[in-house]
Each structure stands twice: as structure tokens, then as C-alpha cells.
Design a protein around this ligand. Structure first.
Ligand code: PEP
Ligand code: MN
Length: 339
């Protein structure tokens, strides 16, 4: 349920309603907009049916929420959320944010080299996995803490925001110590304990869509993070499993405008894990921005043929650089920009 207050509602009236909601055993989440305040109410709504809040001074309207997600919904927050990622980078505003880097952190030299290349042409966020969700237990599992240390060193040296995946609740504090942004991978989108754990941190989270999840499932997972107190969530469309086998996954480009309709949260597109082949990455990246994505997550490697994971879908820096030129043109044509 969402309580919309009158523009002229006083502080005392707002507090009175908050106290009333709390006394009913429900949890209020207050969103103060430029024109009016909105209170999202979490908990069994039946109680509110016998205690009509419409009658309280300052209340304009009480909207029952049909969608099961509340805090992530547009009804709760009309304006797009802009998330501050630190180091001067914000996502969800006019600027389209580019995250790039290797699938896996392999060693400090190659991470530095790749980071310098992507930064030079406008990427502001460095990606790199230290904990890798591999299909086979015999595949390289990531460098763990040593990889995170490299990521932090390179990020600090170059002034880039860093993003890295956390796969296990037990590692949240460790990854949060080293990375600026936590990534929840597609395989863990519905690992609810992990979602609660990252929700308890103050770190921004990139939440990747599960490969067999609907957009609504993804929004419900985001709701876990927001309801735990962390509103800094960036959704990520990275392709879903379909019967089509010419790509690794099918990029569901419509997820971008659908999320924009249903939610105030920013959404980015990962063309690399959707395509599975580097030659398809530029077209999907361009489509993502044209569809209204707030950013892209792109795998780049200086020697893809030697990459320990996802080399086939990684762009070499030269190709990433020419793609960035094209992306800037597309962003400009829809009234946005890339640094
Ligand atoms: C990744 O970003 O390297 C990754 C493993 O992504 P996903 O969870 O989308 O497969
Ligand atoms: Mn990868």
C-alpha cells in the first residue's frame, strides 16, 4: 500500500501517520519528493482496511498496490532513482555509464592494461570477477581476495569505480571491503539470503537477471534488497535462455522499457553474456542504449584468446574503442551522453 500525502502536508502530519503505521506493526518507507511525500507500507495490508488512513490529516490518497513489488515500483517513487557510485559517477541520470573490464581478474598487469584502455575511451567503472560462478567445478574459480586487492589497487590508481561479483553470503563483507559496487550474478538472482545480506550493506548493487527469470521475478529480487534498507540497486538485463541457439542467451531488449515503466530503478544491459560472441556485442550494446538503458556492462580483454573465462565474448581494446565512438553518437541522438 502506498500513502500519497498532500503537497501541503506538515511535518507533524507526516510523523503522525508514520507513527500510526508503525503502531499497526507495519513498516513505513518514506520517500520525500520535490512536490510531495509518499509513504510505502510493508506488511499485511488487511490491517489498513479496518483502519482507513485516508481520514488522517495530510493524506491525499491511499493506493493498494496490486504489483507484489512495492519499494521498487514507480507508484512508490515517480522519479527515476539516481544512484551515486562514488568517484563522481552517478547512474540513472542523463549520463549513460559504461562498465568494462575482464570477465575474471587474472593478474595485476593485465588488469592495469585493460583498465587503462577502457578508461581512455570513456569507461568510468572497472569490472572484474574474483569469485567466478563456473559451470564446471574444474574450471578456474577466481583469485578470491587476491583478485579483489588487485581490483582495488587498479581502481584507486586510475580513479575508477569498481564492480565485482559476490556469490556467497559469507563473502559479502570481504567483497564490500574491496569493491565499490557489489554484483549479484544471474545464477544467484534468487538467492534470497544473499539478497538480504547485500541489502544490509550500504553498497550499491548490480542485480543481474536470472537466465530463466521474468522481469517481475527480477523486480521481486530487487525488492528484497530495498526492503532490507539498501535502495542503491541497478538492474541488469544479460540475456535469458530461450530455444534460440545462435547466441549464448537471448537479449531481452524489451526488459529495458518494461523496467522503466514498472520501476524507478536504473537498468543496464550486458551485451557480452547475452551474445556469447564478440562479433555480436556491438549491435546489442547499441540496441541497449537506444532502448533507454542507463549503462552497459561489457567484457574487454587485451588477449581474449588467452582469457581464463569468456574470451570468446570479450572485445579487444581497439574494438571497444571504436564501439565507444558509436555509442556516444547513439546516446547524443536520444538526448543522453557518455563521458
Ligand atoms: C559475469 O558478469 O562475469 C557473469 C558471470 O555474469 P552472469 O551472472 O550474467 O552470467
Ligand atoms: Mn563473464
Amino acid at each position: 500500500m502506498i500513502i500519497v500525502l498532500k503537497p501541503q502536508a506538515t511535518e507533524a502530519e507526516v510523523n503522525h501517520i508514520i507513527e500510526k503505521v508503525k503502531s499497526l506493526g507495519l513498516t513505513p518507507h518514506v520517500s520525500k519528493g520535490s512536490e510531495r511525500t509518499i509513504i510505502g507500507v510493508i506488511g499485511p495490508e488487511d490491517i489498513l482496511r479496518v483502519t482507513p488512513l485516508e481520514v488522517f490529516p495530510g493524506v491525499e490518497n491511499v493506493i493498494p498496490v496490486l504489483a507484489p513489488f512495492r519499494l521498487v515500483s514507480r507508484e512508490f517513487k515517480k522519479d527515476d532513482s539516481i544512484i551515486d557510485l562514488g568517484k563522481g559517477v552517478k547512474i540513472g541520470a542523463k549520463e549513460v555509464v559504461i562498465m568494462a573490464g575482464p570477465c575474471t581478474i587474472e593478474n595485476i598487469d593485465s588488469l592495469f592494461e585493460i583498465a587503462r584502455e577502457v578508461k581512455k575511451v570513456g569507461a568510468t567503472i572497472l569490472r572484474g570477477g574474483a569469485f567466478k560462478p563456473r559451470t564446471s567445478p574444474y574450471s578456474f574459480q577466481g583469485l578470491g581476495k587476491a583478485g579483489l586487492q588487485m581490483l582495488r589497487e587498479v581502481g584507486n590508481e586510475l580513479g575508477m569505480v569498481t564492480v565485482s561479483e559476490v556469490m556467497d553470503s559469507r563473502d559479502v563483507a570481504l567483497v564490500a571491503d574491496y569493491a565499490d559496487v557489489l554484483q549479484i550474478g544471474c545464477r544467484n538472482m534468487q538467492n534470497f539470503n544473499l539478497l538480504k545480506e547485500v541489502g544490509a550493506t550500504k553498497k550499491p548493487v548490480v542485480l543481474k537477471r536470472g537466465m530463466a527469470s521474468t522481469v517481475k521475478d527480477m523486480l521481486m529480487s530487487a525488492e528484497y534488497i530495498l526492503s532490507a534498507g539498501n535502495f542503491s540497486v541497478i538492474l541488469c538485463e544479460r540475456g535469458i535462455r530461450t530455444f534460440e541457439d545462435s547466441t549464448r542467451n537471448t537479449l531481452d531488449i524489451s526488459a529495458v522499457p518494461v523496467v522503466k515503466q514498472l520501476s524507478h530503478l536504473p537498468i543496464i544491459v550486458d551485451p557480452s553474456h547475452a551474445a556469447g560472441k564478440w562479433g555480436l556485442v556491438p549491435a546489442l550494446a547499441k540496441a541497449g542504449i537506444a532502448a533507454g538503458a542507463d549503462g552497459l556492462l561489457i567484457e574487454v580483454h587485451n588477449h581474449p584468446e588467452e582469457a581464463v573465462s569468456d574470451g570468446a565474448q570479450s572485445l579487444i581494446p581497439e574494438r571497444f574503442s571504436s564501439l565507444m565512438g558509436e555509442l556516444k553518437g547513439i546516446a547524443n541522438s536520444i538526448g543522453r551522453k557518455i563521458s
